[in-house]
Ligand binder design. Structure first.
Ligand code: SF4
Length: 370
């Protein structure tokens, strides 16, 4: 089924249903309706404080489920319940209830057809897969059993390990919300349909410039832009939610590239644009690539303009997580982790501090950038 845009009125009703659902999860957890209500209200207050007491003007409906961004599982779903159970436990822990993770990023392979200017994985890229499918699944099973709500498959390029990717998505179809981070390499109509049938919820496609030549040069492959444009169509036709992941360089912000990218997304009916700040790691290590306060504020203002103003309801939702770093510390190592291709756990793809193989309950962010 294709995606449908949900406007502010319908979204208000759905939001209320989601809150009641979260309260219900809390009731089962705390065994007390008033405690659950108190914790849910605190959770909502925290979220409102973070976004400045504004309200998102749109959501997106796919297969009877509602999504408002790419970082929260679709509602209603088992993944949504698990994700918010962990959220509630972060606000008010319960003795004997382990609070582990909301999201797990899994680098299933280091194979990749690209050579991106900003790649954070450059040191380990193009190496052979280390873990077999069974070993990978066994590691992920441990997290899913403990209630992780969202799985994000990345790489390298996750589509380079296609049959194992399909098997993993099928395996966790009933329990988790599942996304891929991809370059759309080899993403045919048939594959998009197979990914949908396996249970994939969303695909975040990396697109770093609205101009074909510039994007291909950034990604080190002359076919990259074409794959993306075809891949987006196939995913949309298959009924998979699409987001564009953009790494906005300082030069790109200066030429008003993010504004062009938002227009491109609108014209192609892409629901979400996610700006990921460039970080001085991997290929960018030692380079002056990090955004200054003014550039970050600009992206944050763009995000607020398109997300909270009814005038722009026909536009995509624009995300810039780094813009909220002051009010919400990075969740790396706390609410999400990266499981790397060899089984090593890291706080996130950018902070490569090795963690114990079985992470303990943790309320502190391990992100160096927080
Ligand atoms: S950034 Fe991603 S797509 Fe680009 S080379 Fe690195 S792993 Fe491959």
């Amino acid at each position: 089924m294709k995606m449908r845009r949900v406007g502010p009125v319908e979204y208000d009703i759905i939001r209320l249903c989601m809150v009641i659902n979260i309260w219900w999860v809390g009731l089962k957890l705390y065994k007390n309706p008033f405690t659950s209500l108190k914790v849910v209200r605190k959770l909502i207050r925290n979220f409102e404080e973070m976004i400045g007491n504004d309200k998102f003007v749109r959501a997106f409906k796919v297969d009877g489920k509602y999504n408002w961004d790419m970082f929260n599982p679709a509602w209603p779903s088992k993944g949504f319940d698990s994700f918010f159970k962990t959220h509630l436990l972060e606000v008010k822990p319960v003795t004997g209830e382990e609070q582990l993770l909301r999201r797990l990023l899994i680098a299933i392979t280091k194979r990749c057809p690209l050579q991106c200017e900003h790649c954070s994985e450059a040191d380990t890229l193009y190496q052979s897969d280390v873990l077999s499918y069974d070993e990978l699944a066994q590691k992920i099973d441990g997290f899913v059993e403990k209630g992780v709500g969202q799985l994000v498959y990345s790489g390298g390029e996750p589509l380079s390990r296609y049959s194992d990717l399909i098997k993993l998505i099928k395996r966790y179809n009933k329990q988790c919300d599942q996304w891929i981070y991809t370059s759309a390499y080899g993403l045919t109509k048939e594959k998009a349909q197979q990914l949908k049938e396996a249970g994939l919820n969303g695909a975040a496609i990396s697109l770093d410039h609205h101009l074909e030549e510039k994007h291909n040069s950034f990604r080190g492959n002359k076919n990259s832009f074409k794959w993306i444009m075809k891949g987006i169509k196939h995913l949309q036709n298959a009924g998979i939610l699409v987001s564009i992941n953009v790494c906005p360089t300082r030069e790109y912000i200066e030429i008003k590239g993010p504004e062009e990218m938002i227009e491109l997304a609108r014209n192609k009916n892409i629901p979400i644009v996610n700006f990921l700040e460039p970080r001085a790691v991997g290929n960018y290590e030692g380079k002056e690539v990090e955004l200054n306060d003014q550039e970050k504020s600009h992206l944050l203002e763009l995000s607020k303009k398109y997300n909270f103003n009814k005038k722009y309801v026909e536009y995509p939702t624009v995300l810039f997580p780094a813009g909220y770093r002051k009010t919400l510390p990075c969740g790396g190592g706390r609410s999400y982790l990266l499981l790397d291709y060899d089984g090593t756990l890291y706080p996130c793809p950018f902070c490569k501090t090795k963690l114990p193989s079985v992470p303990k309950q943790n309320t502190e962010s391990l992100c160096a950038a927080s």
